[in-house]
Design a protein around this ligand. Structure first.
Ligand SMILES: Cc1cc2nc3c(=O)[nH]c(=O)nc-3n(C[C@H](O)[C@H](O)[C@H](O)COP(=O)(O)OP(=O)(O)OC[C@H]3O[C@@H](n4cnc5c(N)ncnc54)[C@H](O)[C@@H]3O)c2cc1C
Length: 251
């Protein structure tokens, strides 16, 4: 007999199952496909060639899960994607964006030295937002009608960021507004704005000037790989490398 049944063996179901098993419960996981992992899988499309057939890059899977579940011991490894972007514009003009802010600033200077300076402020804006999300995502949700809980939450966030640097209006802007107006506020170079717009539209059918695109941009900046905040990475063996490690995990 089982204590818990998890329906669906995507990486979220598998992660929940691993935590439940680790806490001492007997867990069964039911998956309708022949392969575990959901959209986080590597499949052999041609003999001897395995590749990611759904999701293809990792960032949002929390380091805490990797550590808590000891996934490295079960073969999980991720290679940091750096440079994170390369944009060729023709006529020998191109832009690289790296994980290292100083290296990126040198690249940006080719298009605008004003933007290179603003890029640092841009990163600070997003790192404040991401710190708030990190606090929110690893704790139980609060009731917005409970003033005491709100104060405790603000106190918790205040330990991570200077609350004077990021207002409630900034937070609302990220959740409700568009990426273009934010990019226009910080930068003048079309090349840099084009580069940074990518994260605001990828995987969606929206444009950078549509509401919701600012949040989509945030969504792509709130992860980390190998301790580098905001970066993405390629999993060894394709995305199935993560779900295989979860499948093998013992406690
Ligand atoms: C094309 C594409 C590319 C993407 N690229 C990325 C990316 O690069 N990086 C990224 O972070 N995210 C990416 N995403 C998003 C990411 O893949 C999903 O957010 C993630 O897979 C969701 O995981 P999950 O475990 O919640 O669900 P799923 O991966 O959807 O897994 C659900 C599982 O449940 C099973 N199931 C459903 N119903 C039943 C049932 N009744 N009984 C038994 N089993 C059932 C399904 O077969 C499946 O295995 C991409 C998504 C798509 C579609």
């Amino acid at each position: 007999m089982f204590d818990v049944i998890v329906v669906g063996g995507g990486h979220n179901g598998l992660t929940c199952a691993c935590y439940l098993a680790k806490s001492g419960l007997k867990v069964a996981i039911f998956e309708k496909r022949q392969i575990l992992g959901g959209a986080c899988v590597s499949e052999e499309l041609w003999p001897s060639y395995k590749l990611s057939t759904g999701a293809y890059v990792l960032s949002l899977y929390k380091q805490k899960f990797i550590d808590d579940l000891n996934l490295k011991k079960y073969g999980f490894e991720v290679y940091t994607k750096d440079p994170s972007l390369f944009l060729p514009f023709g006529k020998n003009k191109y832009l690289f964006i790296y994980n290292d802010i100083e290296k990126s600033k040198k690249e940006i200077t080719k298009f605008s030295s004003k933007d290179a300076i603003a890029y640092e402020k841009w990163n600070k804006f997003w790192s404040n937002f991401v710190e708030i999300v990190n606090v929110l995502s690893l704790r139980q949700p609060i009731s917005i009608f409970n003033a005491e809980e709100i104060l405790l939450l603000l106190e918790e966030i205040g330990k991570k960021i200077n609350l004077n640097d990021f207002s409630i209006e900034d937070f609302q802007r990220v959740i409700l507004s568009d990426a273009k107006s934010l990019l226009d506020e910080y930068f003048e170079s079309d090349e840099l704005k084009a580069a940074l717009s990518e994260d605001a539209i990828i995987g969606s059918y929206i444009t950078p000037s549509m509401p919701g695109s600012a949040y989509l941009l945030a969504h792509h900046l709130m992860g980390e790989v190998n301790g580098i905040k905001g970066s993405w990475g390629y999993v060894k063996g394709g995305m199935g490398g993560l779900t295989e490690a979860l499948r093998k995990m013992r406690y």
